[in-house]
Design a protein around this ligand. Structure first.
Ligand SMILES: [Zn+2]
Length: 158
């Protein structure tokens, strides 16, 4: 049985999910599909300019995994630019992190859940009842200054 894939953290939900070269009829158009994780890797590294180390922490994945995502994302974007393909942003396995909420993690069952700011700090894990819980260190986004809280939304899988 395959192990369920670990969810990656995404701090930005793209508004535009389809990019199409001008002047090519739809019937002739080929497309590449960027997963949201790949999109996020490019955003963090190439747009925000943060280090791979910080970017992989922000996404809660290992640095080699981040590196693989980034290379795959760049290759797809290059392919679209050079060969005139459309880019579809879609799918992947991710959790959306939304400013304004906090992510807590249980160290016994590895459960993660969210609490809004302004609510009381949770006393125990809602899943297993353990008190061995902590604010998840990975719910802070890469931006400087203000910490991200995290509301988690399960992504869809392709
Ligand atoms: Zn637990």
């Amino acid at each position: 049985m395959p192990r369920p894939q670990k969810c990656r953290r995404i701090h930005f939900e793209p508004q535009i999910l389809y990019f199409k070269p001008a002047g090519i009829p739809l019937t002739k158009l080929e497309e590449v599909t960027l997963t949201l994780e790949e999109f996020e890797a490019i955003r963090l590294k190439d747009l925000e300019g943060i280090t791979q180390d910080d970017a992989s922490k922000a996404m809660d994945i290992s640095q080699p995994t981040f590196h693989r995502l980034l290379l795959s994302a760049r290759r797809k974007v290059a392919e679209a630019l050079v060969l005139g393909k459309a880019i579809r942003v879609n799918g992947g396995n991710y959790k959306m992190v939304v400013t304004g909420e906090r992510v807590f993690r249980c160290f016994d069952c590895k459960n993660e859940w969210m609490e809004s700011y302004g609510t009381e700090r949770p006393q125990k894990c809602p899943d297993c009842g353990s008190v061995n819980i902590r604010r998840s260190p990975s719910d802070r986004g890469p931006s400087k200054g203000h910490g991200y809280g995290g509301r988690e939304k399960r992504g869809f899988q392709v």
